[in-house]
Design a protein. Sequence first.
Length: 320
Amino acid sequence: MSRPLVVLLVGLRAAGHPPPAPTAATVPRVPDLGFVDTDTGVWDLGRGDPFYYGTPGDVPFLGDWNGDGVETPGLYRPSTGFAYVRDSNDFGPADRSWFMGIPGDIPLVGDWDGDGIDSFGVYRNGTVFLRNAQTTGFAEIEYRYGLGHDIPIAGDFNGDGIDEVALREPATGYIYLKHSHVNGAADEFFRWGEAGDLVVAGDWNADGLDTFGLVRPTEDVFLWRNSNSAGESVGTLYLDDPIGAPIVGYGGTLESTAHVSMVGSDRIASGWGTVRVGANRVCYEVLTKETLVPTNLQLIGPLWQPRNVRNHVILQYPDS
C-alpha cells in the first residue's frame, strides 16, 4: 500500500530587534545526519555518493574549516594525535593537518571564539584543551570539567554564537551543560536517553540553539529534542540499516527540486510527523490527529537531504 510523503517547512525564530546581516557561516541551518564506518573509512553524509576518507580507527567529525557555512570532514588519529581536515565532501587528501593532543585524547570540534570558523580541541581525563587556530601549538583555553569517563559533545547550547562543551555520562544518560570555558561545575544538567544510545548535537529546527539527538542502535531510530531539557523526543526518524558512527553537520543547500505524488486517500498526522522512504519500505509515525494530505507537493528543503530525491527521502509536513 502506498504511503504519503510529508514536507518540512522550517521557520526561523523571530527576534524582538533586527539582528546584524547574517553571513553564510552565521545563518542557522538544519544539519544533515550521516554515518561513518570507522572500520572501512566510508562516509555516507545522506547526500551525494558515499566516499572514502581516512583509515580504520580514525575518529571522524565535521566542521566548517574555512568559514563558508558548509561543514566538511575531519579526522583525529588517536595513535598519533594528528588532525586531518578537508574542505569538500568527497574523496581526496587532507587540505590541512596538524598535531594536537596525545594518543587516547577525545577530539572536540567547534567555534570557540565566534569567528565562524571551526577549530579543534581535545578532552583528556577531565580536562578540556581548546585551540582557535588550525595549526600545531599549545591549547589557548584549558580548564577542568567532569570526570575521565564522561563523553564530551560540542555545540552552541545557549545560542550566543560560541560553541561550548557538554558532557554525557554514558551509564546514566545525564547530560551536563556549561556555558563558559572556565573551571567549575555544570550550569545545568538533565537526563535524556538510555545506556547504549549514541548522542550527538545539532540545531534541528534552525533556531540558532544546538540541542541533542541520539541514535538508538537497538531500534534503528534517530530521536531528537528542540530544547536542552529532559522529556520525550519531538520526532522519530527511522533509519535503514545504519552502519558506523553517527555524524552531524550542514552540508550545503539542496541544488535541485523534485515533485512527489501524494495519495489523497491516505491519512497521516496533522502535527509534526516523520517519514523515511527507502528502496523497499516506508516508515512513518503518527503523532497527532489524522488529516488528509494535499496531492502534489514540492520538495523544497528536506530535514535530512536525500541522496536520491526519487527514492530516498526524509520529509516533514507541518499542521496548517
